[in-house]
Design a protein. Structure first.
Length: 100
């Protein structure tokens, strides 16, 4: 796969995710003000509750994922900086031939 195809696929994926989230928020906003019968079997209220739970779960999962990604990048940064500090060049590592 070429780089331009990968970028196009990534862009399409991001657009689909944004579109689905936008539709979810639009659905919640549209049905938030309805003529409720104040019955336990109100389908609109159940649907709204499900959508609200979905949005909350997405935000919690996004926070957990960002924390995990931050930890990964931090550990990579620490390991790379430790590698550069511990790269002490010695005569043996440079394969220098000593002659008398």
């Amino acid at each position: 796969m070429t780089g331009s195809r990968k970028k196009a696929l990534l862009t399409a994926t991001v657009l689909m995710i944004c579109l689905s989230l936008f539709c979810t928020f639009l659905f919640i906003a549209e049905l938030a003000d309805h003529d409720c019968t104040h019955d336990n079997e109100c389908a609109v209220c159940r649907t709204i509750a499900i959508c609200i739970d979905t949005v909350r779960n997405v935000s919690v999962n996004a926070a957990a994922m960002s924390a995990a990604i931050t930890a990964i990048f931090l550990s990579l940064a620490v390991s790379l900086s430790a590698r550069t500090v511990n790269d002490n060049d010695t005569l043996i590592s440079l394969k220098v031939e000593l002659r008398n």
